[in-house]
Design a protein around this ligand. Sequence first.
Ligand code: PMP
Length: 390
Amino acid sequence: MPFDLSSRLAERRAAHLYRQRPLLTSPQDVHISVDGQPLLAFCSNDYLGLANHPEIAEAMVEGVRRWGVGGGASHLVIGHSEAHHQLEEALAALTGRPRVLLMSSGYTANLGAITALVGQGDTVLQDRLNHASLLDAGLLSGARFSRYLHNDVASLEKRLAKATGNTLVVTDGVFSMDGDLADLPALCAAARQRDAWVMVDDAHGFGCLGATGAGIVEQYGLGLDDVQVLVGTLGKAFGTAGAFIAGSEELIETLIQFARPYIYTTSQPPAVAWATLKSLQLLRDESWRREHLARLIARFRAGASALGLQLMDSATPIQPLLVGDSARAMQLSAGLRERGILVTAIRPPTVPQGTARLRVTLSAAHSEADIDRLLEALQQTLSYLPEIEA
Ligand code: PMP
């Protein structure tokens, strides 16, 4: 029977993989309400606690008064405003790269960059744990597409040896479901030997990593010769929405000419760009946010390992607890919710089979007492679901 959607949905339910959207009935924050229930949340990507910052909200309102509500058109028609332009310049200064192109989302930034740079006859090599948008872009590009083992330079080198045409090596900076960092110095060295380019999607590193918050390339001290294409998103640590691609003058001109997800979409509302300029200012002026976050990460890791929980190799605000079985991950998440804590269970196909996890994320808006409340709730939930322990 064609379009048998009910069987498809039933199968997903039976496999404990059915996805549901919690309804947020408060502003985005760490203390939220979901369907009217007050909860302490550990699942947003608002790592610096800026998504509901009063000064950024005020900047957005001012942006609306000044620039109106909508982008109105694509960038190439008449949607590219002075607000977008100023943000591009500020992001170029932050990343230390000649030029930046603002995109409406990280998903389309990845789609745009990869499909504009490689096509038939070329090769795209990706870490097997890369974000879905990168993998989708690789498929869409028409290039030969191969995935190397996670962060494994030998596995990349094998593929580089067989690569044809222009070759693009693509990796997440911080892996979104694991929290670990790409081994960029080694990956870049391997790519350079074969004249391949490297593209890094640092959606989860921007704002959090590096001395000034410029992300993983700043942390490793890598330049334009190492990472030719750098993607950052604005909906995570920066607290607003959208994304950008940073690189050489020629790269950005090429994307403006050839990146279809840039050319054929309405520009981001200019007020969002205006608000993001304020986020950048706060990133510069309030380095305490990153310092506080580092203390929270250390506190959570110490407490979770004392409870015998299986942490992953992460020093970032993404601190997943590996559970394995999808049903168990759901039970643990439900147990936490009964105690007023919201942590999302992440299951296949988002993560590999048998590696369901609770994706705990920390934010500078959390207090140390919030971390202690999470640890206590984990301990209580585990005491009646002991088989979940690692
Ligand atoms: N890259 C990574 C690594 C991500 O985690 C995400 C979003 N979760 C994206 C890209 C997409 O970014 P956006 O939400 O701005 O579309």
